[in-house]
Design a protein around this ligand. Structure first.
Ligand SMILES: Cc1cc2nc3c(=O)[nH]c(=O)nc-3n(C[C@H](O)[C@H](O)[C@H](O)COP(=O)(O)OP(=O)(O)OC[C@H]3O[C@@H](n4cnc5c(N)ncnc54)[C@H](O)[C@@H]3O)c2cc1C
Length: 405
């Protein structure tokens, strides 16, 4: 990747910073309060706690055409280049802007509807996602289909103008606040028996408010309800909501997960802000830790790793946006990011001492318990978006080409 920015890139940066200078303070004055002390790790919890503020911020971004810069211009984007996507992440992180209401919709589902949807579907859903009218979730995982996603079994049987859904999804983030979701289901149950499980999978946009859908929130490790189990019991989904043809679901899913990796590319940039924030806070709450040579060594390592992760993410991002084969950089970047996210969270609690370990509700808890929550919640980084073991398998197989036994 060429890191040199062009005059056009610098004009993009300047337009964005000017827009933020003109709009961010006014927005924050209308919506006072700190969203989260941290740049990373708010995830689904951030969406739920600050829903209305996030909705308003996404709408504000959309007014300036800053909500979905990677989308085509005709659908409200800017067709931003790879470098501009990186500039965007850096600038938004340095201004510590609020989160958006529809990260799944903007990063994953919207681009898939633009790619696979009919004109009617695009007109129905794209403005909704962009303008944060409704919240969207992504329903792929099932009790027997996580890492082995193609093993999914939620059945969609055609019945006239509808499909009838029966089955169970699990760990679906923010489903309980979502109106819509992109779901993968099985339209050909014989495919598994035929040993062709990647076939017979179909993607649908599902209205989660129709009868026959029960959504049960599950408490996460930090005690918050951020993801859900969803049971379909004869739920009717219009055939007009099918995304792509029957049996094309695997291709739709792979595109979606590729976009998910783009979403994680900006996270390394947020980690730098978090490292700086924890060092600043330690100066007041636990200054002796900063004199400890072992801690100083860990800070230096994390600092270096963040830079390395950022560069690796840029390379991965560059490949995805150029539609090149996405290894080995993409699985490597995911692996490195998830490991670093956990290392950073562990460093935070050691650096901040007892107040860093205190959870929300404790009067002395640092930043309202955000660091404690980060420490617990970051365990998800080695599970979500492809587990560490599975990423290692991919690297061993595709990048190092280790022999199979
Ligand atoms: C916070 C969070 C949010 C999530 N949000 C969503 C969401 O919004 N939508 C959605 O669809 N899903 C979501 N998920 C689900 C996530 O995608 C799955 O948890 C993930 O794919 C792993 O699947 P699993 O939990 O079934 O674990 P399994 O696949 O059962 O894995 C269990 C263990 O076995 C290991 N393992 C599995 N296969 C292999 C192998 N071949 N070789 C070596 N080791 C292996 C895994 O690494 C893991 O350690 C979320 C998960 C979390 C934690």
């Amino acid at each position: 990747m060429d890191f040199a920015t062009t005059a056009e890139d610098e004009a993009f940066r300047s337009e964005l910073t000017t827009w933020l200078d003109e709009n961010l303070d006014g927005f924050l004055a209308q919506w006072p309060g700190v969203e989260d002390a941290l740049s990373t790790g708010a995830g689904a919890a951030g969406v739920m706690k600050f829903m209305e503020r996030r909705r308003a911020w996404q709408r504000k971004l959309n007014e300036g055409r800053w909500a979905a810069i990677h989308w085509p211009k005709e659908w409200g984007g800017r067709e931003a280049s790879i470098t501009q996507n990186v500039i965007y992440s850096e600038v938004m992180s340095s201004y510590r802007t609020p989160g958006i209401y529809n990260p799944n919709g903007l990063w994953q589902i919207g681009p898939m509807i633009i790619h696979w949807g009919t004109d009617t579907q695009k007109k129905m859903w794209i403005p909704n996602i962009l303008n944060a009218d409704d919240h969207w979730c992504q329903g792929f995982t099932e009790p027997e289909a996580g890492s082995d996603l193609a093993n999914l079994r939620t059945l969609a049987a055609r019945d006239g103008d509808d499909y009838v859904f029966n089955g169970r999804k699990i760990w679906i983030s923010t489903a309980h606040i979502a109106k819509w979701g992109l779901f993968l289901v099985r339209t050909d149950p014989t495919a598994i028996e035929r040993g062709a499980k990647h076939e017979g999978i179909t993607a649908f946009i599902v209205d989660l408010e129709v009868p026959g859908i029960e959504i049960q929130p599950i408490k996460d490790i930090a005690g918050e309800e951020t993801f859900c189990e969803i049971v379909f019991d004869d739920a009717r989904v219009p055939a007009a909501y099918r995304l792509g043809e029957e049996g094309q679901g695997w291709r739709v899913a792979m595109g979606t997960l590729g976009k998910e990796r783009i979403g994680t590319a900006g996270l390394a940039i947020g980690m730098r802000a978090d490292l700086n924030a924890m060092i600043n806070l330690a100066r007041s709450v636990n200054p002796q830790a900063l004199e400890d040579p072992a801690i100083r060594d860990r800070i230096a390592r994390v600092h270096t790793d963040i830079e390395y992760t950022k560069l690796l993410n840029y390379r991965a991002l560059s490949k995805i946006l150029k539609n090149q084969q996405n290894w080995p950089e993409v699985p490597l970047a995911k692996l490195q990011w998830s490991d670093l996210a956990q290392t950073l969270a562990e460093l935070a609690v050691d650096l901040l001492g007892p107040v860093g370990m205190m959870a929300k509700g404790a009067p002395e808890a640092a930043d309202g318990g955000s660091w404690n929550r980060l420490y617990l919640y970051q365990r998800y980084t080695s599970i979500g978006a492809g587990t560490t073991e599975v990423q290692k398998n991919i690297i061993a197989d595709k990048a190092i080409k280790l022999p199979r036994k």
